[in-house]
Design a protein around this ligand. Structure first.
Ligand SMILES: [Zn+2]
Ligand SMILES: [Zn+2]
Ligand SMILES: [Zn+2]
Length: 224
């Protein structure tokens, strides 16, 4: 599934790249388009039998039927609307892809290819010392930069100071996110309990720092 995640991420980047490329191409096509119009305009005027001078008004419509003599003329006259239509279609299609990615970044939505529940499961399996993970949030600042924040609960060890215990597990978590998900920015909040029974197993979202978040079940004295 890691390979699928990478493929989807790569696909997003490819769409973004092609989109940017076409936007630039559209600008160039627009320039060429107006050059062709200028050229066609000059050509039509040199073929006129009438003599244009500064006093006669210039009131003919460009692209009128009387100008169409050959197929080349027809293409020359109609190249404007044809090219414009193609450019608009390309622009809307590829700019739409850029807009979609931009909106996802701005709303800091969870990337579609990453499942938070899956991360939680993976992490608990990889580091059994963690009793619980809650308040897990994933942000996307841009397609290359992810940020994760979470609270984790551990049981106080009798073998080493709590400070060392927290540092070791924090390092393991940071390494996990770097290796498995390419996430460089990790914000961690450790929470320590004396015994495993101090953390309510029935309340998956229980936070030891949140004193307002009390369990409604009165038969659980350790809750809240
Ligand atoms: Zn918490
Ligand atoms: Zn609770
Ligand atoms: Zn409870």
């Amino acid at each position: 599934s890691d390979l699928i995640k990478c493929k989807k991420k790569f696909l997003d980047l490819v769409v973004l790249f092609i989109g940017s490329l076409f936007t630039i191409l559209c600008v160039f096509l627009n320039k060429i388009d107006s050059d062709i119009h200028e050229a066609g305009h000059m050509d039509i005027h040199t073929n006129h039998t009438e003599q244009l001078n500064s006093t006669t008004s210039h009131d003919h419509e460009h692209g009128q039927a009387n100008h169409v003599k050959t197929l080349a003329d027809f293409i020359m006259i109609n190249i404007d609307p044809i090219l414009s239509t193609i450019i608009v279609i390309l622009f809307v299609y590829f700019f739409g892809a850029i807009l979609k990615v931009s909106c996802m970044i701005l709303s800091q939505a969870v990337p579609i290819y990453i499942n938070i529940q899956e991360i939680k499961k993976d992490l608990l399996k990889k580091i059994p010392a963690i009793v619980n993970i809650h308040s897990l949030h994933l942000y996307e600042y841009n397609p290359f930069h992810l940020c994760i924040s979470m609270h984790f609960v551990i049981v106080k060890s009798s073998l080493k100071p709590v400070k060392n215990q927290i540092r070791e597990i924090s390092d393991e978590i940071i390494e996990f996110f770097l290796n498995e998900y390419f996430i460089f920015k990790v914000i961690l909040q450790p929470e320590v309990v004396e015994n495993i029974s101090d953390y309510p197993s029935h309340d998956d979202h229980h936070c030891l720092l949140d004193t307002e978040n009390k369990c409604l079940n009165n038969s659980h004295p350790n809750c809240g």
